[in-house]
Design a binder for this molecule. Structure first.
Ligand SMILES: NC(=O)c1ccc[n+]([C@@H]2O[C@H](COP(=O)([O-])OP(=O)(O)OC[C@H]3O[C@@H](n4cnc5c(N)ncnc54)[C@H](OP(=O)(O)O)[C@@H]3O)[C@@H](O)[C@H]2O)c1
Length: 284
């Protein structure tokens, strides 16, 4: 199984950003791409662009099961790879996170991903091979202030992925984490919407900081230094799909590479100082 032509992949969150870019790139390589999206209008748009697209909302078990069932019927019960990607970031101080807000963040970014993965592992076990590629983040490596919910979701993803990799040792099913830093996408717009929806800014002791966050998230155009286009992630996905032994982790962008090293080298206190500085400069 070396050429893209014989392989199929399910991708979540293909309406924009990294998911859309990876769907397009892999289709061009000859993969059979099942490009899923949360909203019906995104599915229609993807279909109009020639994709085999199905609705898959990660907060909804029924939607996940229906999408998997339909895809497996079309693919004759086989699937080479899964790219877990669809997610959003909820900015906000940890003390302002309601149970509902934190739960919503985990429903999409963690529980939905694991439910989908667990439906596909038996398929991969039966066929004897598979690739599970998890789109994590630099925020799955280090924490930043006002990113607690998202940080926690990506730390959870890292833990589940590391465990799963150990449990699948000895099989030909490979679990790979991709850890991007800032990537051009709709992420910031969607984070702004999540913030407005879930955080009671005026009631918060942090309201002045939120106003700064709102100004930052409202800014247009490329912002954070070292931001890369989504093709940087596509490159890693391609490698993880084609190489005999995919890496456990692909670190994308300079900030991810630097923080992965610093986290191992520095004391927590020193790392905290740097992270606060990075957060002040960051516009994401
Ligand atoms: N951009 C970055 O700087 C960056 C950095 C590190 C990691 N990442 C990770 O990259 C992945 C993709 O994000 P992106 O940067 O491409 O942002 P994006 O442009 O906002 O794309 C996010 C995608 O996730 C989808 N999604 C949200 N909630 C969903 C749900 N309940 N079910 C299914 N899909 C859902 C969105 O669909 P809708 O359009 O319907 O909302 C959209 O298609 C995420 O896992 C993110 O954590 C991004």
């Amino acid at each position: 199984m070396n050429s893209g032509a014989e392989k199929s992949i399910l991708i979540t969150g293909c309406s924009s950003g990294i998911g859309r870019c990876v769907a397009e790139g892999l289709r061009a390589d000859g993969y059979r791409v099942f490009a899923t999206a949360r909203r019906a209008e995104s599915v229609a748009e993807l279909q109009a662009a020639g994709f085999e697209s199905l609705q898959l909302d990660l907060t909804d078990s029924d939607s996940i099961q229906k999408a998997v069932g339909a895809i497996l019927i079309r693919s004759g019960g086989q699937l080479y790879a899964l790219f877990n990607n669809g997610a959003y970031g909820l900015p906000g101080a940890v003390e302002d996170l309601s149970r509902a807000a934190l739960r919503a963040q985990f429903e999409t970014n963690v529980f939905g991903w694991q439910e989908l993965t667990n439906l596909l592992i038996p398929v991969m076990r039966t066929q004897g091979y598979g690739r599970i590629i998890q789109n994590s983040s630099v925020l799955g490596i280090v924490a930043l202030p006002f990113r607690g919910a998202y940080n926690a979701s990506k730390f959870a993803l890292e833990g589940l992925s590391d465990t799963l990799r150990l449990e699948l040792r000895g099989t030909d099913i490979h679990v790979t984490l991709i850890e991007p830093g800032p990537i051009l996408s709709h992420f910031r717009d969607n984070a702004l919407n999540a913030l407005k929806h879930h955080i009671n800014i005026e009631a918060s002791v942090h309201r002045d900081k939120y106003r700064a966050v709102l100004a930052r998230l409202n800014q247009q155009g490329p912002a954070v230094p070292f931001t890369l286009p989504p093709e940087a992630v596509l490159k890693c996905v391609r490698h993880a799909l084609t190489t005999h032994r995919p890496r456990a982790r692909y670190r994308v962008t300079v900030p991810t590479k630097i923080f992965a090293i610093l986290r191992r080298m520095l004391s927590t206190r020193m790392l905290d100082r740097l992270l606060v500085k990075a957060s002040d400069q960051s516009k994401r």
